[in-house]
Design a protein around this ligand. Structure first.
Ligand SMILES: NC(=O)c1ccc[n+]([C@@H]2O[C@H](COP(=O)([O-])OP(=O)(O)OC[C@H]3O[C@@H](n4cnc5c(N)ncnc54)[C@H](OP(=O)(O)O)[C@@H]3O)[C@@H](O)[C@H]2O)c1
Length: 289
């Protein structure tokens, strides 16, 4: 049995949907009650009749993690702590060892993890978590995506109001990735042993600046928005949340400006473009937030 943590989040919800479509049994975990009407999460059976299980658990509550991990062999690990720390990963790892049944962890990490920049470690908390998992004796796969295409949804209200959206990374280019591709690579790693011991930097197919992304939004959403999508350079380091200063500085300096072939290697098809993601999510931008 597979445990999908972060099941209500961006990547976990796609993993849940894709496992359901493939008829793979799994247990979805989050702190919330099971959501209604969300494919893959609402308990409706997939095409093969497999009915996903649901568990409410919190990384900060060891007893709940122990229950969540009962009879679990493979974990999809998503952590998004309010402050950057490996504590949630380490709590999961401790509970996984205690459960005795867990054999493999597929961890959602981030591009650049472990690199040095400006006297600090990029993705330091992911790095600490990756190292602990790699030393645990369990099988593992690390997924290290760059910025998700879906991040532009954070700016829906600004886009609708015709207000500029804040650019934290200047002219730096990044291989913006479709979250569905990150999830598909995760599903491949969760459902077999072919990807054990691999670190995949799961990128999109092309390098885009933030202004390039805005131009794509403006063009694809022209009829929906009927106004330009403006970009404003964020005014200096003060605009960057303290938790991600190193990561944003590294990306702004061009650290993330590369494309990999890992999606094609794992899935046998090219990675999706940012433009395709926007086309597929026109509806999300249609309504006033
Ligand atoms: N966004 C990006 O561009 C990007 C790029 C590269 C890497 N990443 C990495 O991706 C990860 C975030 O993934 P995501 O965007 O899919 O997540 P997300 O959409 O932010 O959702 C977070 C998930 O974690 C769950 N969660 C939060 N706190 C929890 C707790 N204490 N106990 C149990 N569950 C908890 C939430 O569930 P409930 O609220 O329902 O409990 C939710 O399902 C981070 O590690 C980040 O570094 C992000």
């Amino acid at each position: 049995m597979i445990l999908v943590t972060g099941a209500t989040g961006t990547i976990g919800s796609h993993v849940a949907r894709q496992l359901t479509e493939r008829g793979v049994p799994f247990r979805a975990m989050s702190r919330r009650e099971r959501p209604d009407g969300v494919p893959g999460l609402d308990g409706a059976p997939g095409p093969d009749g497999a009915q996903p299980d649901w568990i409410r658990a919190d990384f900060d509550d060891p007893a709940s993690l122990a229950t969540a991990l009962t009879d679990i062999e493979t974990v999809f690990l998503v952590t998004a702590p309010p402050t950057p720390t490996a504590a949630h990963d380490l709590a999961l790892l401790t509970a996984a060892r205690a459960a005795g049944s867990v054999r493999r962890i597929v961890k959602l990490s981030a591009i650049g993890t472990g690199e040095q920049f400006d006297g600090a470690t990029v993705g330091a908390w992911h790095h600490a978590a990756e190292q602990a998992i790699e030393a645990s004796g369990l099988a593992w796969t690390m997924l290290r995506p760059p910025s998700f295409a879906s991040n532009v949804l954070f700016y829906r209200a600004l886009i609708h109001a015709g207000e500029p959206i804040p650019n934290l990374v200047g002219d730096a280019r990044q291989a913006i990735v479709d979250p569905r591709d990150v999830a598909a690579v995760a599903v491949a790693a969760l459902t077999g042993d072919a990807h054990d011991g691999q670190r995949y930097t799961v990128t999109g197919p092309e390098l885009l600046t933030f202004a390039d992304q805005a131009a794509v939004l403006e063009r694809v959403l022209e009829r929906v928005l009927q106004r330009p999508v403006k970009v404003a350079d964020a005014p200096g380091p003060d605009a960057v949340p303290a938790a991600i200063v190193t990561e944003i500085g590294w990306a702004r300096a061009g650290g993330a400006a590369y494309v990999t072939d890992h999606v094609r290697q794992v899935l046998g098809r090219p990675a999706g473009t940012f433009e395709q993601w926007v086309r597929d999510h026109r509806e999300s931008f249609a309504a006033t937030p």
